[in-house]
Ligand binder design. Structure first.
Ligand code: SAM
Length: 253
Protein backbone atom coordinates (compact mmCIF):
# COMPACT_ATOMS: atom_id res chain seq x y z
CA UNK A 1 0.00 0.00 0.00
CA UNK A 2 1.30 3.46 -0.85
CA UNK A 3 0.59 6.63 1.14
CA UNK A 4 1.37 9.85 -0.72
CA UNK A 5 1.57 12.73 1.72
CA UNK A 6 1.40 16.29 0.41
CA UNK A 7 2.84 18.68 2.95
CA UNK A 8 4.85 21.87 3.36
CA UNK A 9 6.83 20.14 6.12
CA UNK A 10 7.96 16.67 4.99
CA UNK A 11 10.68 16.59 7.67
CA UNK A 12 7.98 16.25 10.34
CA UNK A 13 7.37 12.66 9.21
CA UNK A 14 10.93 11.36 9.46
CA UNK A 15 11.02 10.76 13.22
CA UNK A 16 7.66 9.05 13.03
CA UNK A 17 8.88 6.84 10.20
CA UNK A 18 11.97 5.80 12.18
CA UNK A 19 10.16 4.94 15.40
CA UNK A 20 6.92 3.31 14.31
CA UNK A 21 5.36 0.22 12.85
CA UNK A 22 5.38 2.10 9.54
CA UNK A 23 9.20 1.97 9.30
CA UNK A 24 9.18 -1.78 9.81
CA UNK A 25 6.35 -2.28 7.31
CA UNK A 26 8.31 -0.19 4.78
CA UNK A 27 11.43 -2.32 5.31
CA UNK A 28 9.35 -5.43 4.71
CA UNK A 29 7.89 -3.93 1.53
CA UNK A 30 4.27 -4.00 2.77
CA UNK A 31 3.81 -0.23 2.82
CA UNK A 32 5.47 2.85 1.39
CA UNK A 33 5.13 6.46 2.58
CA UNK A 34 6.03 8.95 -0.18
CA UNK A 35 6.42 12.54 0.89
CA UNK A 36 5.57 15.23 -1.64
CA UNK A 37 6.77 18.73 -0.74
CA UNK A 38 4.10 21.17 -1.95
CA UNK A 39 6.73 23.93 -2.10
CA UNK A 40 8.56 22.07 -4.89
CA UNK A 41 5.58 22.94 -7.10
CA UNK A 42 5.52 26.69 -6.42
CA UNK A 43 6.82 28.43 -9.54
CA UNK A 44 7.59 31.98 -8.39
CA UNK A 45 11.00 33.19 -7.22
CA UNK A 46 10.08 32.96 -3.55
CA UNK A 47 8.28 29.63 -3.94
CA UNK A 48 5.15 31.12 -2.39
CA UNK A 49 2.49 28.62 -1.35
CA UNK A 50 0.03 30.82 0.56
CA UNK A 51 -1.91 34.03 -0.01
CA UNK A 52 -4.54 36.27 1.58
CA UNK A 53 -8.15 35.14 1.93
CA UNK A 54 -10.65 36.53 -0.58
CA UNK A 55 -13.37 38.39 1.29
CA UNK A 56 -11.02 39.41 4.08
CA UNK A 57 -10.24 37.81 7.40
CA UNK A 58 -7.21 36.81 9.39
CA UNK A 59 -4.74 34.23 8.19
CA UNK A 60 -3.46 32.84 4.94
CA UNK A 61 -4.77 30.15 2.61
CA UNK A 62 -2.74 27.60 0.60
CA UNK A 63 -2.76 28.62 -3.05
CA UNK A 64 -4.41 26.31 -5.57
CA UNK A 65 -1.69 26.14 -8.26
CA UNK A 66 1.13 24.44 -6.25
CA UNK A 67 -1.42 22.05 -4.72
CA UNK A 68 -2.87 21.13 -8.13
CA UNK A 69 0.58 20.50 -9.58
CA UNK A 70 1.67 18.50 -6.54
CA UNK A 71 -1.46 16.37 -6.84
CA UNK A 72 -0.95 15.85 -10.58
CA UNK A 73 2.62 14.64 -9.92
CA UNK A 74 1.03 11.50 -8.43
CA UNK A 75 0.32 8.94 -11.19
CA UNK A 76 -2.98 7.66 -9.72
CA UNK A 77 -4.35 11.21 -9.45
CA UNK A 78 -3.27 12.02 -13.04
CA UNK A 79 -4.81 8.80 -14.32
CA UNK A 80 -8.13 9.57 -12.69
CA UNK A 81 -8.15 13.09 -14.09
CA UNK A 82 -7.35 11.62 -17.53
CA UNK A 83 -10.29 9.23 -17.35
CA UNK A 84 -12.98 11.82 -16.79
CA UNK A 85 -13.74 15.25 -15.49
CA UNK A 86 -11.17 15.00 -12.69
CA UNK A 87 -13.89 15.95 -10.25
CA UNK A 88 -12.75 13.44 -7.68
CA UNK A 89 -15.59 10.91 -7.61
CA UNK A 90 -14.49 8.36 -10.24
CA UNK A 91 -12.32 5.33 -9.30
CA UNK A 92 -8.64 5.88 -8.54
CA UNK A 93 -6.58 6.71 -5.50
CA UNK A 94 -8.62 8.35 -2.75
CA UNK A 95 -7.53 11.91 -2.09
CA UNK A 96 -8.08 12.73 1.57
CA UNK A 97 -7.97 16.32 2.81
CA UNK A 98 -7.33 16.45 6.56
CA UNK A 99 -9.58 19.14 7.98
CA UNK A 100 -11.43 19.81 11.24
CA UNK A 101 -14.58 20.24 9.14
CA UNK A 102 -14.35 16.70 7.74
CA UNK A 103 -16.10 13.44 8.67
CA UNK A 104 -14.80 12.01 11.93
CA UNK A 105 -12.07 9.40 11.46
CA UNK A 106 -12.85 6.02 13.02
CA UNK A 107 -11.66 2.44 13.24
CA UNK A 108 -14.36 1.48 10.71
CA UNK A 109 -13.01 4.01 8.18
CA UNK A 110 -9.44 2.81 8.87
CA UNK A 111 -10.54 -0.75 8.08
CA UNK A 112 -12.01 0.40 4.74
CA UNK A 113 -8.90 2.42 3.93
CA UNK A 114 -6.62 -0.57 4.62
CA UNK A 115 -8.17 -2.27 1.58
CA UNK A 116 -7.01 0.50 -0.80
CA UNK A 117 -3.72 0.15 -2.71
CA UNK A 118 -2.92 3.89 -2.71
CA UNK A 119 -4.13 6.83 -0.62
CA UNK A 120 -3.23 10.49 -1.04
CA UNK A 121 -3.23 12.62 2.12
CA UNK A 122 -3.31 16.37 1.79
CA UNK A 123 -2.09 18.37 4.82
CA UNK A 124 -3.34 21.92 5.17
CA UNK A 125 -1.72 24.76 7.11
CA UNK A 126 -2.72 28.29 8.16
CA UNK A 127 -6.46 28.79 7.49
CA UNK A 128 -6.56 25.77 5.18
CA UNK A 129 -6.57 25.26 1.40
CA UNK A 130 -8.34 26.90 -1.54
CA UNK A 131 -11.80 25.31 -1.87
CA UNK A 132 -11.31 24.72 -5.62
CA UNK A 133 -8.73 22.06 -4.80
CA UNK A 134 -11.28 20.33 -2.60
CA UNK A 135 -13.87 20.55 -5.38
CA UNK A 136 -11.55 19.29 -8.11
CA UNK A 137 -9.51 16.58 -6.41
CA UNK A 138 -10.62 15.61 -2.92
CA UNK A 139 -12.67 12.43 -2.46
CA UNK A 140 -12.82 12.49 1.37
CA UNK A 141 -12.63 15.28 3.94
CA UNK A 142 -11.53 13.76 7.24
CA UNK A 143 -11.19 15.14 10.76
CA UNK A 144 -9.26 13.38 13.52
CA UNK A 145 -11.23 15.08 16.30
CA UNK A 146 -13.28 18.06 17.35
CA UNK A 147 -10.36 20.42 17.91
CA UNK A 148 -8.14 22.51 15.65
CA UNK A 149 -4.54 21.47 14.99
CA UNK A 150 -2.01 23.91 13.54
CA UNK A 151 -1.46 21.68 10.51
CA UNK A 152 -2.59 18.46 8.83
CA UNK A 153 0.68 16.60 9.44
CA UNK A 154 -0.22 15.20 12.86
CA UNK A 155 -3.64 14.24 11.51
CA UNK A 156 -2.01 12.49 8.51
CA UNK A 157 0.18 10.50 10.91
CA UNK A 158 -2.95 9.45 12.80
CA UNK A 159 -4.44 8.13 9.56
CA UNK A 160 -1.26 6.37 8.45
CA UNK A 161 -0.75 4.83 11.89
CA UNK A 162 -4.28 3.48 12.17
CA UNK A 163 -4.27 2.10 8.61
CA UNK A 164 -0.76 0.58 8.48
CA UNK A 165 -1.39 -1.72 11.41
CA UNK A 166 -4.48 -3.08 9.60
CA UNK A 167 -2.67 -3.82 6.32
CA UNK A 168 -2.52 -7.58 5.95
CA UNK A 169 0.61 -9.11 7.44
CA UNK A 170 1.85 -5.99 9.25
CA UNK A 171 0.75 -7.23 12.68
CA UNK A 172 -0.75 -10.52 13.80
CA UNK A 173 -4.49 -10.85 13.09
CA UNK A 174 -4.97 -12.18 16.64
CA UNK A 175 -3.62 -8.92 18.09
CA UNK A 176 -6.27 -6.97 16.20
CA UNK A 177 -9.19 -9.26 16.95
CA UNK A 178 -10.00 -8.05 20.46
CA UNK A 179 -8.97 -4.42 20.27
CA UNK A 180 -11.11 -1.46 21.25
CA UNK A 181 -13.87 -0.65 18.72
CA UNK A 182 -13.66 -4.05 17.02
CA UNK A 183 -16.90 -5.33 18.56
CA UNK A 184 -18.29 -1.89 19.37
CA UNK A 185 -16.74 -2.19 22.84
CA UNK A 186 -13.63 -0.74 24.45
CA UNK A 187 -10.89 -3.16 25.37
CA UNK A 188 -10.69 -4.81 28.81
CA UNK A 189 -7.76 -3.96 31.15
CA UNK A 190 -4.42 -5.66 30.47
CA UNK A 191 -1.80 -6.79 33.02
CA UNK A 192 1.74 -8.17 32.82
CA UNK A 193 4.23 -9.50 35.42
CA UNK A 194 4.72 -9.16 38.33
CA UNK A 195 1.45 -10.44 39.82
CA UNK A 196 1.88 -8.00 42.71
CA UNK A 197 3.03 -4.40 42.10
CA UNK A 198 3.21 -1.71 44.78
CA UNK A 199 0.41 -3.35 46.73
CA UNK A 200 -1.86 -3.91 43.73
CA UNK A 201 -2.56 -7.45 42.64
CA UNK A 202 -3.52 -8.74 39.21
CA UNK A 203 -7.17 -9.96 39.35
CA UNK A 204 -7.19 -13.60 40.54
CA UNK A 205 -9.24 -14.77 37.57
CA UNK A 206 -6.36 -13.98 35.18
CA UNK A 207 -3.93 -16.10 37.17
CA UNK A 208 -6.09 -19.22 37.26
CA UNK A 209 -5.92 -20.45 33.64
CA UNK A 210 -9.71 -21.04 33.36
CA UNK A 211 -10.21 -19.65 29.85
CA UNK A 212 -14.00 -19.55 29.93
CA UNK A 213 -13.93 -17.52 33.17
CA UNK A 214 -11.21 -15.23 31.78
CA UNK A 215 -13.25 -14.59 28.65
CA UNK A 216 -16.37 -13.80 30.71
CA UNK A 217 -14.39 -11.47 33.02
CA UNK A 218 -12.91 -9.65 30.02
CA UNK A 219 -16.30 -9.17 28.43
CA UNK A 220 -17.72 -7.79 31.72
CA UNK A 221 -14.77 -5.42 32.03
CA UNK A 222 -15.19 -4.27 28.42
CA UNK A 223 -18.87 -3.57 28.89
CA UNK A 224 -18.27 -1.75 32.20
CA UNK A 225 -15.50 0.39 30.68
CA UNK A 226 -17.57 1.23 27.61
CA UNK A 227 -20.54 2.20 29.79
CA UNK A 228 -18.27 4.40 31.90
CA UNK A 229 -16.21 6.10 29.17
CA UNK A 230 -18.18 5.87 25.92
CA UNK A 231 -21.83 4.95 26.60
CA UNK A 232 -22.85 6.22 23.13
CA UNK A 233 -21.00 3.26 21.57
CA UNK A 234 -23.47 0.91 23.27
CA UNK A 235 -26.51 2.95 22.30
CA UNK A 236 -25.60 3.15 18.60
CA UNK A 237 -25.87 -0.57 17.74
CA UNK A 238 -27.82 -3.72 18.37
CA UNK A 239 -26.20 -5.53 21.29
CA UNK A 240 -25.45 -9.25 21.47
CA UNK A 241 -27.68 -10.79 24.19
CA UNK A 242 -24.64 -11.54 26.39
CA UNK A 243 -23.59 -7.87 26.34
CA UNK A 244 -27.15 -6.67 27.00
CA UNK A 245 -27.38 -9.02 30.01
CA UNK A 246 -24.10 -7.73 31.47
CA UNK A 247 -25.28 -4.15 30.99
CA UNK A 248 -28.50 -4.90 32.82
CA UNK A 249 -26.58 -6.46 35.73
CA UNK A 250 -24.26 -3.46 35.90
CA UNK A 251 -27.08 -0.95 35.70
CA UNK A 252 -29.02 -2.67 38.48
CA UNK A 253 -26.07 -2.81 40.74
N1 SAM B 1 -9.51 27.42 9.46
C1 SAM B 1 -9.68 26.01 9.62
C2 SAM B 1 -11.04 25.71 10.25
O1 SAM B 1 -11.48 26.51 11.08
O2 SAM B 1 -11.64 24.66 9.95
C3 SAM B 1 -8.59 25.43 10.49
C4 SAM B 1 -7.26 25.39 9.81
S1 SAM B 1 -6.05 24.56 10.77
C5 SAM B 1 -5.36 25.84 11.72
C6 SAM B 1 -4.78 24.22 9.61
C7 SAM B 1 -4.80 22.83 9.03
O3 SAM B 1 -4.66 21.87 10.06
C8 SAM B 1 -6.05 22.42 8.30
O4 SAM B 1 -6.06 22.87 6.97
C9 SAM B 1 -6.01 20.92 8.39
O5 SAM B 1 -5.24 20.34 7.35
C10 SAM B 1 -5.31 20.67 9.71
N2 SAM B 1 -6.22 20.30 10.81
C11 SAM B 1 -6.50 21.06 11.89
N3 SAM B 1 -7.34 20.44 12.72
C12 SAM B 1 -7.60 19.24 12.19
C13 SAM B 1 -8.41 18.14 12.58
N4 SAM B 1 -9.12 18.15 13.70
N5 SAM B 1 -8.45 17.04 11.77
C14 SAM B 1 -7.74 17.02 10.63
N6 SAM B 1 -6.95 18.05 10.21
C15 SAM B 1 -6.88 19.13 10.96
Amino acid sequence: MIFYILTLFPEVFEGYRRASILGRAEEQGQVSMRLVNIRDFARDRHRTCDDYTYGGGAGMVLKPAPLAEALRSIPAVRERAGRGSGEGQEPGARVVYLTPSGRPWSQALAEQAARESEIVLLCGRYEGIDQRIVDAFVTDEISVGDYVLAGGEVAAMVLVDTVVRLVEGVIKAQSLAEESFRQGLLEYPQYTRPAQFEGRRVPEVLLGGDHARIERWRLEQSVAKTLRNRPELLRSRELPSEVAAIMKELEHG
